[in-house]
Design a binder for this molecule. Structure first.
Ligand code: CA
Length: 368
């Protein structure tokens, strides 16, 4: 409690020093091309953690250059201004103008928000981006956050994740009972239904929790980022496939009043830079994951394991139940679920004749 009060005091002091600073007040029809804005961005990620932690820094740099210095964003890593899991509230309350994190961290407040990060057995990054930007997904996300005074934008994607780190083998569904695993989002509920205990921890706490045995297993992202966190040193078996996060969208959230205060060109710059970062992160993970997995296996002796089919079947069944539970809570949740599932059905059908069909023939059958 003391820590929380202290962090709020610090936040107030730092904001007084470097918060919103509009140097030329707007008037209707006035030339706003000389107005400058100095914003604070708080993240759920450890500062400069590769890809997820560098994304907000890259976003801030792009926006600064594109706006010729008119919109300057100062980035604070998790715990520097507010704790990781207080980012949503800090931006909603205006303690910071922006945040960078993942929507599934807020599902305690808004259960359906998890869909905007990832859906177990759901869409790939490519399909998700199609849904968000050409399938009505982003509009629904913005409608969902509107009552909280926030404007969300897609701002990063990890691509398909790995199943996670386990210190004992998972050979059957009975091995899931009693397992203590760090996994946020809908995947966490799936493990709960399978008899495990799931917890949501920010990235900065995952390593220590595994090392001290507070948890028996954890998922984080995939080879590139997990190597950076050192998870290969605290987990023995690296499981696949990452059914729980076939892709994961990261979010940039903007305080609605701060958003409304921007002139149109800065709004467009922020949207465009965010969209660029959304793709940039996926490109970085795509480029680095393969090499990182080789490093893990060849240099660190990491053992890869595939979840058995009966375990995957159980995960899939629980996933549908978990999703329907989140959807049935209110009208907006149901509409988000319906929109996602309808897009997924079409994407899945098309994939049979496109990516999936091509992937199946890319290698000779003996090599698959
Ligand atoms: Ca994950």
């Amino acid at each position: 409690m003391h820590l929380r009060i202290w962090s709020l005091v610090m936040a107030a002091l730092m904001l007084a020093a470097c918060g919103t600073d509009t140097e030329a007040p707007a008037e209707a029809g006035a030339d706003r091309s000389q107005e400058t804005f100095r914003w604070t961005l708080v993240t759920t990620w450890p500062r400069n953690l590769p890809a997820v932690g560098t994304a907000p820094e890259r976003l801030a740099e792009k926006v600064k250059v594109m706006s010729n210095g008119r919109l300057q964003i100062r980035v604070y890593g998790a715990g520097e201004l507010v704790p990781a899991f207080e980012v949503f509230d800090a931006v909603a309350e205006g303690t910071a103008e922006m945040g960078h994190g993942a929507a599934y961290y807020w599902r305690g407040k808004i259960p359906i928000a998890a869909i905007f990060t990832s859906v177990p057995f759901g869409m790939t990054a490519q399909e998700t981006n199609g849904w968000l930007h050409y399938g009505g997904g982003l509009e629904l996300w913005q409608e969902l956050y509107e009552p909280h005074g926030l404007v969300p934008l897609a701002s990063g994607n990890t691509g398909t994740q790995m199943g996670g780190w386990f210190n004992k083998e998972i050979n059957s569904v009975s091995d899931l009972r009693g397992l203590r695993i760090r996994i946020p989002g809908l995947g966490g509920d799936v493990y709960q239904r399978a008899g495990s205990t799931s917890v949501s921890l920010p990235g900065g706490e995952v390593y220590t929790s595994m090392q001290t045995g507070v948890i028996d297993a954890t998922e984080w992202i995939g080879p590139y980022n997990d190597l950076a966190l050192g998870l290969h040193r605290v987990g023995r078996y690296f499981y696949y496939p990452g059914w729980q996060e076939p892709s994961a969208t990261l979010e940039a959230i903007v305080n609605k009043d701060a958003w409304d205060s921007l002139p149109d060109d800065l709004k467009l710059i922020l949207k465009t830079a965010t969209r660029a970062i959304n793709q940039d992160m996926l490109d970085e993970f795509t480029a680095r994951n393969a090499q990182a997995l080789k490093t893990m296996v060849d240099e660190h002796g990491v053992e890869l394991r595939r979840f058995p089919d009966d375990v995957l079947n159980a995960f899939r069944e629980h996933s549908f139940a978990v999703l329907e539970d989140a959807a049935g809570r209110d009208d907006i949740s149901q509409r988000i679920y319906d929109s996602y599932m309808s897009f997924l059905r079409d994407a899945q059908e098309y994939a049979r004749f496109s990516e999936q069909a091509m992937m199946n023939v890319r290698q000779p059958p003996d090599d698959q």
